[in-house]
Design a protein around this ligand. Structure first.
Ligand code: ADP
Ligand code: ADP
Ligand code: ZN
Length: 210
């Protein structure tokens, strides 16, 4: 089995921001369960409808839905040489299911204190065309309103990127996701990088790990 990488960290840690660089370095495709769920939601599929309430309130979507989504995604040909998981697994049950279907070679945890998370998430916006990730203060587009990556001029913000929902997401992270750190440490797969630095410094730390 070809080996996969897991990008781990609280909401707003910078997983999506760092994923592009890892994809370039490794050639592995990015699989973001959050992006897949949002695509299902906007396509109006039954899976999207099932996930909607959880996502809007900031709770985790049930494991059975997530595991089904991942199992199906991993059957696609581009996943055969391993992938980059972004935002998955988020529970021990998801990690156990993953261990049955893929070989994880390293879990890269981007560590950011809670005190930074609300500002990061409440300032986040993305390109409506290519999903490049920006921030009002920390990483704005060079020309206001125009995507640096693709030149598109429409930006979007996520419905769940508000202070109240962020607090729920953070508490879900601490109670359900953070215990995975020890689970992966016990398997010698866990490597932490300091995510409380500028974007390029975090990228350099991750490149070193890889
Ligand atoms: P995640 O995928 O982990 O939820 P994102 O990559 O979407 O996180 O980043 C959340 C927000 O924080 C975005 O607006 C992004 O531009 C910004 N951001 C990412 N990394 C950093 C960093 N190292 N310093 C400051 N802001 C950052
Ligand atoms: P972030 O990293 O910024 O919190 P994501 O895009 O990864 O955002 O996730 C958005 C929402 O989608 C989560 O709050 C949760 O409701 C749902 N979600 C995404 N991935 C998972 C997962 N692996 N398990 C359970 N729920 C998930
Ligand atoms: Zn773009």
């Amino acid at each position: 089995m070809a080996s996969s990488i897991v990008l781990f960290g609280p909401p707003g840690a910078g997983k999506g921001t760092q994923a592009g660089n890892i994809v370039r370095l490794t050639g592995k495709p990015q699989i973001s369960t959050g992006d897949m769920l949002r695509a299902a939601l906007s396509a109006g599929t039954s899976l999207g409808l099932e996930a909607k309430g959880y996502m809007e309130s900031g709770q985790l979507v049930p494991d059975s839905i997530i595991i089904g989504l991942i199992e199906e995604r991993l059957t696609q040909p581009d996943a055969s040489d391993g992938v980059l998981f972004d935002g998955f697994p988020r529970t021990i049950a998801q990690a156990e299911a993953l261990s049955e279907i893929a070989d994880v070679s390293v879990v890269i945890a981007i560590e950011v204190p809670d005190s930074r998370i609300v500002d990061r998430i409440c300032g986040r916006y993305t390109c409506a065309s290519c999903d490049a990730v920006y921030h009002d203060t920390f990483n704005p587009t060079t020309t206001q309103g125009t995507c640096d990556e693709c030149g598109h001029t429409e930006m979007k913000r996520r419905a769940d990127d508000n202070e109240e929902t962020v607090r729920t997401r953070l508490s879900a992270y601490h109670s359900q996701t953070a215990p995975l750190a020890d689970w992966y440490r016990q398997r010698d797969l866990f490597v932490a990088v300091d995510g409380d630095q500028d974007i390029n410094t975090v990228s350099a730390s991750i490149s070193e790990v890889l």
